[in-house]
Write a new protein. Structure first.
Length: 276
């Protein structure tokens, strides 16, 4: 039996199309800056890059000559065609994130680099809490409104499950201020990040829901200047397509030098008390 789908892809496509007309791209711009900084630290020139993105107007000009690949399932990448694959803020909508990264790995040449950026689990926790409390008060129940986002430890494990070598996961946390929670939600729609969950309620929300959520948000997460604060966590996943030239850990027991010699200390047996 197939697992339930996370994302309504048709709804997500509609949201992104509307957002492209009047976009709010500052989070994509911040993600792009971080990606470029990470690539600058890699001692490698990439000649066959590919970028998976729903916002080609932002990511395309930053990587001239790169193949721009739409966010679809499966992704349109040929096996072994690229030495760099960037997944630009699409993985948090993937029904099968491990499968998505596996597809990217197969598109890499040996020792090619995968670099993904997605929103992490701390993102929008203020809005999630406020909406849940407001809906519980007004209706006595809850409905899914914000896409679930993974914690960095779990997201880093995706790289190993996808058989990428030298996996690294790190995060950047941003604090953004808005006039109100309503303005935050408008910005999310302008990024194409509205509610596209397959399990969402298909009837309009009560008119009072968002007003009540905004009031709760202001009470719980208001700033001294009267604005409200929102957390955005971006997780960056880096891994390499396996290649024999890559460094590998030594087998247990294969060391040829004692740790005590390397540290310049005296080795003592277990249970032996150290002197003064």
């Amino acid at each position: 039996m197939a697992p339930p789908l996370l994302t309504d892809r048709a709804q997500l496509a509609r949201q992104r199309a509307r957002a492209a007309a009047r976009p709010a791209w500052f989070l994509h711009e911040e993600a792009l800056r971080e990606v470029q900084e990470r690539l600058a630290q890699v001692n490698r020139s990439f000649t066959r890059p590919a970028v998976i993105t729903a916002m080609p107007a932002i990511w395309g000009p930053a990587f001239p000559g790169a193949r721009i690949v739409p966010d679809a399932d499966p992704i349109d990448l040929a096996e072994g065609a690229h030495d760099l694959v960037i997944d630009a803020l699409t993985l948090h909508w993937a029904d099968d994130p491990v499968g998505r990264i596996v597809q990217a790995r197969r598109a890499l040449v040996p020792d090619g680099l995968f670099l993904g950026v997605l929103f992490g689990g701390r993102s929008l926790h203020e809005l999630r809490t406020s909406l849940a409390e407001a809906e519980s008060r007004l209706t006595g129940g809850l409905s899914p409104r914000i896409v679930p986002m993974g914690e960095i430890r779990d997201l880093g494990a995706l790289l190993q499950r996808a058989d990428l070598a030298l996996p690294v996961a790190d995060a950047v946390s941003l604090r953004v201020s808005y006039e109100s929670a309503i303005h935050l939600m408008r910005d999310l729609r302008a990024m194409g990040e509205g509610n596209a969950l397959a399990a969402r309620r298909r009837i309009p929300a009560p008119r009072a829901l968002f007003a009540e959520a905004s009031r709760i948000y202001a009470d719980a997460f208001g700033a001294p200047d009267g604005r409200v604060l929102a957390t955005v966590e971006m997780v960056f996943l880096t891994g390499w397509a396996p290649d024999p030239s890559q460094p590998r850990p030594l087998r247990p027991g294969s060391a040829v030098r004692r740790l005590a010699d390397a540290l310049g200390t005296e080795e003592r047996s277990a249970g032996e008390k150290a002197g003064p």
